[in-house]
Write a protein that binds this ligand. Structure first.
Ligand code: ADP
Ligand code: MG
Length: 244
């Protein structure tokens, strides 16, 4: 059963649009040069979900994540996040939305080498107006949550790959986002470490975090409650629809 993280009517309903935290309608993305990376995608993510986006390399997964996460704008179509239309919002509105309500995890971690784990995670609150002392307190809590309470002052070059990804996950969580997007979060890890990261994502979801995880790893996807499959810029199957 999905765990509600608070506001709204999200949760257990089937294909209802009212409870959608995130809704894409007819989203198309053409890159300069004419590559159509997304070709009219409709997708809804409800509060409390843990959804995998799967598909071969080049099928449009990263483009979809960047558009869902307002890191890029669609060429056509609508992207609604918690009631905000990202296609028409201003750049300032989008960066506020990203800073306060969205979290990101990437294959390559993107940690800053010169900073401790605590300061890397506290950086996730840099533009939120939270004072430094509180940023560090919340960063420590977030690191404890991902099992890194014993690595607070370590720098990235003193952490294993799995610990680096846990630090990046803590940074994504520290702002208490409504949804976390992860693009190939286990892609740079050996399979055993990757499995422990998947277990962590499942745990965080059980505690209420909505997660969208992009992967080309079929085994990883199969361990998650919902699979959305892409090919050539289209959604070709979605277990949330086929089992409804
Ligand atoms: P995936 O993440 O599934 O591998 P992508 O979303 O990265 O797929 O890419 C989808 C398609 O769009 C591919 O054909 C890719 O080459 C193309 N593409 C991605 N980013 C760009 C870009 N910035 N400029 C031009 N083409 C791009
Ligand atoms: Mg990709």
């Amino acid at each position: 059963m999905p765990v509600s993280d608070g506001a709204g009517t999200g949760g257990s309903t089937g294909a209802a649009s009212d409870g959608a935290l995130l809704a894409l309608r007819g989203v198309t993305k053409e890159y300069p040069g004419g590559v159509r990376a997304l070709d009219g995608v409709d997708l809804e993510i409800r509060r409390g979900e843990l959804a995998a986006i799967v598909g071969p390399s080049g099928s449009g997964k990263t483009t979809l994540l960047q558009i869902m996460g307002t890191l890029d704008r669609p060429t056509a179509g609508h992207v609604l996040i918690a009631g905000i239309d990202a296609a028409t919002a201003s750049d300032d509105e989008l960066s506020a939305l990203r800073g306060q309500r969205l979290g990101f995890v990437f294959q390559q971690f993107y940690l800053l080498d010169g900073l401790s784990a605590v300061d890397n995670v506290a950086g996730g609150l840099l533009y939120t107006g939270v004072p430094l002392g509180e940023r560090r307190d919340r960063a420590r809590e977030a690191l404890e949550r991902v099992g890194l309470g014993h690595r607070l002052s370590h720098h990235p070059n003193q952490l294993s790959g799995g610990e680096k990804q846990r630090t990046a996950i803590a940074r994504a969580l520290v702002g208490r986002p409504e949804v976390v997007f992860a693009d190939e979060p286990t892609g740079a890890l050996d399979s055993r470490t990757g499995a422990s990261i998947v277990d962590l994502l499942i745990e965080l979801n059980a505690a209420g975090t909505t997660l969208v995880v992009i992967t080309h790893d079929a085994a990883l996807a199969d361990s998650l409650p919902r699979q959305v499959a892409m090919r050539d810029g289209l959604i070709v199957s979605d277990t949330a629809l086929s089992t409804a």
